[in-house]
Design a protein around this ligand. Structure first.
Ligand SMILES: [Zn+2]
Length: 223
């Protein structure tokens, strides 16, 4: 049996959110108790949160009025082998360039899913988490798209900073982004099985995901 590694931040009160977002609110429409005739009252929870809070997936519509929506994201890209691109020691706001990907090129072109591990997720509750993170430069995004990569996962909150050139480029190409992944340090294989499924919110721009890595059988051997 595969070991399942959870790559998802817990959704809880006080969840760190992108500056300006309202945040996540967990409440209940009804709480445990009993009707006057003794019938039990079920607890029914309610969550009010942004679709880009916590660990989530972006769809094209997030930035592009004619972009693809989250409910039309191909599920095939959300499940399967992903390449762990280990980039330790990047400076704050460092640009990730094509040269960072070169040694992973054959795996990336083969598996078409890239998960970038920078270690930034350890700063999840730090004040600069949403502002000081590394970013994927447009040249690197083009390099990946040229190799047919259509899913990029990040252990930081956003693929780039304003004015969001990489977001526009990447989503405009019909590719997907996973943001705010965590626990990537628990993955030991260079290629692992990733499962990160968005909920099919009709016509919407993103969705929280439960992202996991399968550790054992998921260590794909290169041919
Ligand atoms: Zn997002």
């Amino acid at each position: 049996m595969s070991k399942v590694i959870d790559l998802t931040h817990r959704i809880e009160r006080g969840l760190p959110v992108y500056p300006g977002d309202a945040g996540a609110h967990l409440s209940a429409d009804s709480v445990h108790g009993f009707e006057s005739d003794g019938t039990p009252v079920a607890h029914v929870g309610r969550v009010n949160m942004g679709l880009h809070n916590g660990t989530h997936m972006d769809a094209g519509y997030h930035f592009l009025p004619r972009g693809f929506t989250i409910d039309t994201t191909p599920l095939e890209r959300c499940v399967g082998p992903a390449v762990l691109v280990d980039l330790p020691g990047l400076d704050n706001k460092a640009e990730i360039r094509p040269s960072h990907f070169e040694r992973f090129e054959s795996d990336l072109a083969h598996h078409r899913r890239a998960v970038i591990k920078t270690g930034w997720s350890s700063r999840w509750r730090e004040t600069d988490y949403f502002t000081g993170h590394p970013f994927v430069g447009p040249e690197a995004a083009r390099w990946l798209l040229d190799r047919q990569v259509n899913l990029i996962g990040l252990d930081f909150p956003s693929i780039d900073h304003p004015p969001f050139e990489t977001h526009l480029l990447w989503l405009g190409a019909g590719a997907s982004i996973l943001e705010n992944l965590t626990n990537l340090d628990q993955i030991t294989a260079s290629v692992f099985t990733l499962i990160a499924l968005p909920l099919p919110f009709a016509g919407m721009d993103g969705s929280p995901v439960r992202a996991v890595a399968l550790a054992d059988q998921g260590a794909i051997k290169r041919d």
